[in-house]
Design a binder for this molecule. Structure first.
Ligand SMILES: Nc1nc2c(ncn2[C@@H]2O[C@H](COP(=O)(O)OP(=O)(O)O)[C@@H](O)[C@H]2O)c(=O)[nH]1
Ligand SMILES: [Mg+2]
Length: 241
C-alpha cells in the first residue's frame, strides 16, 4: 500500500517539501512504542527515537520499525530532547511520547500552523482537548493546579493567553528550536522551551489535543520530586530575566 500523504504537503506557501521528523523519547516503553511508531510513521518523513538506556526491547522494536535510534546521555528526557534538536536538520520537529497518551492523528493540527507560517511552536492543549492523566486523584490535582498557576504567570509576563505551556506533545520549527538556549535535563524542558520561545518573540500557539492515560507502565514524573525545579525554572526564565 502506498504511504499516506500528510495533509500539509503542498499546502506550504512555497512549493518546497516541508520535512517533518517525529522524536520519541523512550525509557522502557517496549509495551507501547510499536503502536506509537506505526501511528506516527504515515504522518511524518522520519522517526528518531532517543532512548534512555532501556533495559527492555525498546530499541529493537524501534529499529525493527525503521526508526533511527540514539542513546541519550542518561541525564533525563530534557537532555534527550536537546540532543535531538542539536542533531536534526529537518524543517519541523514533532515531539510525541511513547506511552500512547498522545493521538498521532493530531500531528497535522500541530504542524500546519508552522507550515502556513502562522506559528513557530504549536503545543497540544490538554485543557481544551481534555486529559485522562490530569484528573481523578490528589497527585493529578496537584500537577494540574501547579501547571495552571505556571501558565498564568507566563501569560501575565509575556501578555499572551496560552492554555497549556507544559505539554510534551508539540511541533516546533527546527530553526526556532536550535535558537533557544535550552539547559534543562528533565521534563522542565517543555515549559523552558515555551518560555524561551516567547522571550525571543517566536509565535507560540495551542491547539486542542486529548491526553489519554498512559497505556502501560507508570509515569516517571514525580510531582513532589520535580515541583521545586518547575517553580525555579519559571522564576529564573520568566520572572528574573
Ligand atoms: N530518552 C529518555 N526518555 C525518557 C526518560 N524518562 C522518560 N522518558 C520518556 O519520556 C516520555 C514521557 O515520560 P512519562 O513517564 O510518560 O511522563 P509523563 O507523561 O509526564 O507522565 C515517555 O515516552 C518516556 O519513555 C529519560 O530519562 N530518557
Ligand atoms: Mg506519559
Amino acid at each position: 500500500m502506498p504511504k499516506a500523504r500528510p495533509a500539509w504537503r503542498g499546502t506550504a506557501l512555497s512549493e518546497k517539501h516541508v520535512t517533518v521528523t517525529a522524536v520519541i523519547c523512550t525509557k522502557n516503553e517496549a509495551a507501547t512504542l510499536g503502536e506509537v511508531i506505526e501511528a506516527v510513521k504515515p504522518r511524518v518523513d522520519s522517526v528518531l527515537v532517543v532512548d534512555g538506556h532501556s533495559t527492555d526491547e525498546t530499541r529493537e522494536i524501534a529499529e525493527g520499525l525503521g526508526a533511527e535510534v540514539q542513546l541519550d546521555n542518561k541525564r533525563g528526557k530534557g537532555a534527550a530532547i536537546r540532543q535531538a534538536i542539536d542533531y536534526l536538520e529537518c524543517d519541523i520537529i514533532v515531539f510525541i511520547d511513547a506511552d500512547v497518551s498522545h493521538d498521532a492523528a493530531d500531528i497535522p493540527k500541530l504542524v500546519e500552523p508552522i507550515v502556513k507560517d502562522e506559528a513557530d511552536l504549536v503545543i497540544g492543549c490538554r485543557i481544551t482537548g481534555g486529559s485522562d492523566e490530569l484528573a481523578g486523584d490528589w497527585g493529578s490535582f496537584a500537577r494540574s493546579t501547579g501547571s495552571q498557576i505556571i501558565n498564568l504567570i507566563v501569560n501575565w509576563r509575556f501578555r499572551v493567553r496560552l492554555t497549556d505551556i507544559q505539554n510534551g506533545y508539540r511541533a516546533i520549527r527546527t530553526s526556532c528550536a536550535k535558537a533557544l538556549p535550552l539547559v534543562e535535563n528533565i521534563t522542565t524542558i517543555e515549559q523552558e522551551m515555551t518560555i524561551k520561545a516567547l522571550k525571543k518573540k517566536y509565535r507560540v500557539m495551542n491547539v486542542p489535543s486529548h491526553e489519554y492515560r498512559r497505556k502501560s507502565g507508570i509515569s516517571r514524573i514525580s510531582v513532589p520530586r520535580f515541583a521545586c525545579r518547575y517553580v525555579w525554572e519559571v522564576i529564573r526564565d520568566a520572572v528574573l530575566s
